[in-house]
Design a protein around this ligand. Structure first.
Ligand SMILES: [Mn+2]
Length: 180
């Protein structure tokens, strides 16, 4: 799950969807160590500037101190990417990756995304197809909420006509709001 979520976060939010994700066996990692644009959950290196996101020693003292999904997510937050709505998924992934049996994790293993991944893995599909189907599910379950700035304008447009510029400043790029 950590590999899936971290690869999804990297591809969709770090590379805006424009990246080829390849799952490699640990023994093959040295071959990709220098050539890959980004490594998640492999490589034993944590170097956000070089887009290396692993949590195994010596990157961290204990592998349970963090997880790849959390490291990528924290990097995205620091970079100003709007992924705050994925905090729950990241926590769930970290709990699962470090063996913390929280209520949310138990539920996820029963009928959530963890259960979905187990089913897909057991079905004999290759890694690429498992990843594709997991991403489809993750996008649906963890869709971004409507932009709060946009909502505020739409919900109270009659009251904020005089504050047009201020509200506009809170909108994400590409969103057009007409106050008229
Ligand atoms: Mn991991």
């Amino acid at each position: 799950m950590d590999a899936v979520v971290s690869a999804w976060l990297a591809r969709d939010f770090l590379f805006a969807g424009d990246a080829v994700v390849q799952f490699v066996h640990r023994s093959q990692v040295p071959r990709y160590k220098d050539s890959a644009d980004c490594l998640v959950d492999v490589g034993q290196e944590y170097d956000p500037d070089q887009l290396r996101f692993d949590h195994r020693p010596p990157a961290f003292n204990k592998r349970t101190d963090s997880c790849a999904a959390k490291l990528v997510w924290e990097h995205l937050i620091r970079s100003g990417v709007d992924v705050a709505h994925l905090a729950g998924l990241v926590q769930l992934t970290h709990d699962g990756d470090s063996g913390r049996a929280t209520q949310a994790l138990r539920q996820s293993r029963r009928n959530g995304v963890h259960a979905k991944l187990e089913r897909l893995k057991a079905s004999g599909l290759d890694d690429t197809e498992v990843f594709r189907r997991m991403v489809r599910r993750l996008r649906r379950v963890y869709a971004a909420p409507p932009h709060p700035g946009l909502q505020a304008v739409l919900n109270s447009r009659s009251h904020v006509a005089g504050c047009d510029a201020a509200w506009r400043g809170t909108l994400g790029s590409g969103e057009q709001v007409s106050m008229t």
